[in-house]
Design a binder for this molecule. Structure first.
Ligand SMILES: [Zn+2]
Length: 251
């Protein structure tokens, strides 16, 4: 006997869609509800961007609402991001930096092995439960692997461009709260793992700074002349990094 499932009437339907805005992708959670009569509402908070709509709202009306409000959504998201405060909660919807862009954390249970995928405005952590300590650990390992790969590539690239270097210096990574990098007397470079959350320009700026120390082991005018020669826009990159600094060293 094949019995038709007696379905419980769905009162709420959740879905997600993406809103593209200049070079950003913002994830919007759409909640269609039978309890809601007429109006569409838009909320930007710690759990992300949520649009609530009556159950039978046309997709075209939702799209129109999002496009009409995209300046506001973007500005609000920045404000929420800056107000997130010192403590990371590692909960879905929380914004996390990666290569200079805010990504909304999404925790996906079910996969056998923990893995992290970044893209389309999201940072998806698969194979973990809602346990924030576990999410934190998985994310930290992922950031470290991304940093190891990218920093080594950028270090090799800049080392090949700077005439005083004959090879690629040895690289170490450390999670630090108060410095971006260092250069030892033996010419070994140490970079802060958290830099992977900053824009590539900022990462390059720190690498170039440390590579200049191999030639000038001080912060003399000669050192800064070397910086300007190697990377004419370094002051701007430094200011950019300082602007996001406190945020990206949070753990
Ligand atoms: Zn220095």
């Amino acid at each position: 006997m094949l019995r038709a499932l007696k379905s419980k009437r769905v009162t709420e339907l959740r879905s997600q869609q993406q809103l593209r805005y200049s070079d950003q992708t913002i994830v919007i959670t759409i909640i269609r509800s039978r309890r809601r009569r007429r109006k569409l509402s838009l909320q930007v908070g710690r759990s992300g961007v949520v649009l609530r709509a009556p159950f039978s709202t046309l997709q075209a009306d939702i799209d129109e609402m999002l496009i009409r409000n995209r300046d506001w959504i973007c500005q609000r998201q920045q404000v929420v991001f800056l107000q997130q405060g010192d403590v990371l909660r590692f909960q879905s919807g929380e914004l996390h930096d990666y290569l200079g862009a805010p990504l909304a954390l999404r925790i996906v249970a079910g996969a056998r092995r923990a893995k992290v995928l970044a893209g389309d405005g999201e940072l998806c952590v698969h194979g973990v439960n809602d346990d924030s300590e576990q999410v934190r650990r998985v994310l930290q390992q992922w950031y470290l692997r991304q940093a190891q790969q990218l920093f080594a590539e950028r270090l090799a690239l800049w080392a090949s461009r700077l005439p005083w270097l004959s090879g690629v210096p040895e690289l170490r990574l450390r999670r630090m709260r108060s410095r971006w990098g260092s250069c030892s007397a033996e010419g070994r470079i140490c970079l802060n793992t958290h830099l992977i959350k900053a824009d590539l320009r900022c990462i390059d700026y720190v690498i170039v700074h440390e590579l200049c120390h191999i030639q000038e082991f001080n912060h003399s005018p000669r050192f800064y002349a070397l910086m300007t020669e190697a990377m004419p826009e370094w002051r701007q990159c430094k200011a950019e990094l300082e602007a996001v600094g406190a945020r990206i060293v949070r753990e």
